[in-house]
Design a protein around this ligand. Structure first.
Ligand SMILES: Nc1ncnc2c1ncn2[C@@H]1O[C@H](COP(=O)(O)OP(=O)(O)OP(=O)(O)O)[C@@H](O)[C@H]1O
Ligand SMILES: [Mg+2]
Length: 422
């Protein structure tokens, strides 16, 4: 959680204006909330008990004023924090997609495109939750708690003392639940990714599936992944659903104690009726932000795992490293010297030596899987040879920048690509 804040707080630096308004909004919400509780006091003490008619005329305006402050604050805060969150996510998505386009060919062969899609979309939208909702809500709810707690202590330090020693007791069960939540959220994200990649597999192999009539087999394989998704999401739901009841029961214990002790204070004349009700109202109001905070903590667990998965992608570095020299001359010769290429365990090319000169037309002939495409892949550095060298005009092709290399070599793939563009 701390790491998450540390990672995403720097993003806020670029949004000073929006951040300023967001904080202003949060302060208005916190002050407005404490103000609502405080209004109870004059209503009871001055209006109902002392029958103060002037105060009665004033109260409705104060009430509307306090709620307007709270409402305005919430609006301003929501707008500006969402703005920041959405914009950070937009930048992240750009960064991730651009990063992907530079990764090795090998990366795309070993990771399913469904898995990548899931990371760029699902994982990022979980992270979006953190930046757009969790961090701002965390700050706002904490401010509300501080304002209300401050008010409660101001109104009656003695009563507040009893309440505030019970509150920390709630933290222990909640932190256990949060741990469980993190575990299930990781499992549910992983199973969702598995299911998505299985679907991708089905779609890309549909001809094979249909021609072999293996639909039943595929359905069963998919159903297994699908069942896993269901199982882990339900475990997540169960853990999450336990949080509120636990908080509520603990809250009722605290409030019971407060009513008992506060009632005695009022009966003994140490506290006015208005002060007691204002105090009790502030306590009741504390319940909501505390509950929200614990919910936020659970949501953050979800985002933490998504964040780790996204950084796995961002930290994957291409192994095909571009050179620095521009290939500006026309290609006069291409020569392969003792070139071998492996794809994992598969030996695709072995000791190939070949010389090609400008103006020659060369046909590579061989069975399917003989390695024709592999040889061409080496020229454009989709892969680097395991052994041997590829020289262009007598210079190792690793010396050149990839952009200039690709500008000089026209590559027509045997796969069909369609870009959705003009
Ligand atoms: N990315 C890859 N990962 C693992 N193995 C691969 C990969 N690309 C090709 N192969 C394997 O390497 C061998 C050579 O494949 P290549 O695509 O170069 O053959 P090809 O001569 O172009 O065949 P075709 O005529 O079918 O296009 C084959 O056994 C193939 O299965
Ligand atoms: Mg081929």
């Amino acid at each position: 959680m701390k790491n998450l804040l540390k990672q995403y707080l720097p993003y806020l630096v670029g949004y000073k204006r929006q951040f300023f308004f967001a904080v202003l909004g949060m302060i208005a919400v916190a002050v407005g909330t404490a103000g609502t509780a405080h209004l109870i006091k004059p209503v009871l003490d001055d209006v109902f008990i002392n029958k103060d008619i002037e105060m009665l005329k004033l109260i409705p305006f104060l009430l509307v004023g306090v709620f307007t402050l709270k409402g305005l604050g919430r609006y301003v805060q929501t707008y500006y924090t969402s703005y920041i969150g959405q914009d950070v996510v937009r930048k992240l998505r750009d960064k991730l997609v651009s990063h992907l386009t530079y990764l090795d060919m090998n990366f795309f062969k070993t990771i399913h495109s469904g898995e990548i899609l899931s990371r760029v979309t699902n994982d990022i939208s979980r992270i979006q939750m953190v930046v757009a909702n969790i961090i701002p809500d965390l700050i706002r709810e904490t401010m509300i708690i501080i304002a209300l707690t401050g008010y409660v202590i101001y109104e009656s330090p003695k009563l507040a003392f009893y309440f505030l020693i019970i509150m920390p007791l709630a933290i222990f069960p909640l932190s256990k639940l949060a741990k469980k939540m993190r575990k299930y959220s990781k499992l549910s994200q992983e199973s969702t990714a598995d299911m998505t990649s299985r679907l991708g597999e089905i779609l890309s192999n549909i001809e094979v599936i249909k021609s072999n009539s293996t639909q039943v087999y595929e359905r069963e394989r998919f159903a297994k992944e699908n069942q896993n998704v269901f199982k882990f999401i339900m475990k997540q739901v169960k853990t999450n659903a336990l949080t509120s009841p636990i908080m509520e029961i603990l809250g009722s214990v605290a409030i019971g104690i407060v009513i008992y002790i506060g009632g005695k204070e009022v009966i003994d004349g140490h506290m006015t009726v208005g002060a007691f009700f204002a105090f009790a109202t502030a306590l009741f109001m504390l319940y909501t932000p505390i509950k929200r905070l614990s919910g936020l903590y659970n949501k953050a667990q979800d985002a933490i795992t998504a964040n780790t998965r996204m950084h796995e992608l961002l930290d994957t570095k291409p192994t095909i490293i571009a050179g620095t020299k521009e290939l500006t001359n026309v290609i006069e010769t291409i020569s392969l010297q003792n070139v071998s290429l492996d794809y994992g365990d598969i030996h695709a090319l072995k000791n190939i030596t070949l010389e090609a000169k400008k103006g020659e037309s060369i046909a590579l002939v061989g069975d399917s899987g003989a390695g024709k495409s592999s040889l061409v892949n080496l020229l454009v550095r989709f892969y680097d040879p395991k052994e041997g060298k590829i020289l262009i005009n007598g210079t190792d092709n690793k010396v050149f920048t990839l952009t200039s290399l690709h500008q000089k070599i026209a590559y027509v793939t045997q796969r069909i690509y369609i870009f959705n563009d003009t």
